[in-house]
Design a protein around this ligand. Structure first.
Ligand code: DX5
Ligand code: ZN
Length: 221
């Protein structure tokens, strides 16, 4: 199985976003990964609604919006309005996670939950069957360009078996430090979606890097 590829526009050239989105549209990418940071849940601030709305106008791939914000339930409908197709909230940021998941689905989006490196995937057991996506953080959220955390492989395998046990259809997305070296072992461990920021956008030819990531796993059943 080939991975689904989600280039993260956090690493894009913000002064040329339209050009960057056009590149993703023409590429083998499956989603556009959109990182929203509030400076509270994570130490960094990225961008918000007006930027996402502008991106949506040009995007021909679904927007995979990753909220790194506290109390994400306050903004679920607002993110739908600006064009989110998949909305992920952090398990560490939403007190009534089950309710938030239902709220995302009721608003007409696919529901995802993101999990920090220190959080055990076993904490997802009771909501897994309701989820469309689990975003496993393979770096501490807040910045692009960080080093991949090796323990992620073990978490992917554990999550994969939890998904089977709970008859969940959730996709496993890996976010942070993904590159050509870890993509194949991540797929072998059971991942479905690979987010890539710096690895794609710092390349001379981002489109061919996306294609190379897409071709990973060609040999897997
Ligand atoms: C980190 C973000 C990631 C980031 C990935 O907080 O959630 O999506 O943009 O960037 P790279 O691939 O550069 O680690
Ligand atoms: Zn992200």
């Amino acid at each position: 199985m080939n991975p689904l590829i989600a280039p993260s526009i956090l690493a894009a050239d913000f002064a040329n976003l339209q050009r960057e989105i056009a590149m993703i549209n023409e590429s083998a990418a499956d989603y556009i990964h959109v990182d929203v940071m509030d400076g509270v849940f994570v130490p960094n601030i990225s961008f918000g609604m007006p930027v996402i709305k502008a991106v949506k106008k040009h995007a021909r791939k679904p927007l995979d919006v990753h909220l790194m914000i506290v109390e994400p339930e306050r903004y679920v409908e607002a993110f739908k309005e600006v064009g989110a197709d998949i909305l992920s909230v952090h398990i560490e940021a939403s007190t009534h996670l089950h309710r938030t998941i239902q709220q995302i689905k009721a608003a007409g989006m696919k529901a995802g939950v993101a999990v920090n490196p220190h959080t055990s995937v076993s904490q997802l057991r009771d909501v897994l069957a309701d989820l469309d996506l689990v975003c496993l953080m393979s770096v501490n959220p807040g910045f692009g360009g960080q080093k991949f955390i090796h323990n992620t492989y073990r978490k992917v395998a554990e999550l994969r078996s939890l998904i089977e046990q709970t008859h969940s259809n959730a996709l496993i997305e890996i976010d942070g430090g993904v590159n050509e070296d870890n993509a194949q072992p991540l797929m072998e461990a059971g991942a479905h979606v690979l987010v890539a920021g710096n690895f794609v956008f710092s390349a001379f030819d981002p489109k061919s890097v996306i294609q190379r990531l897409k071709d990973v796993g060609q040999s897997l059943a």
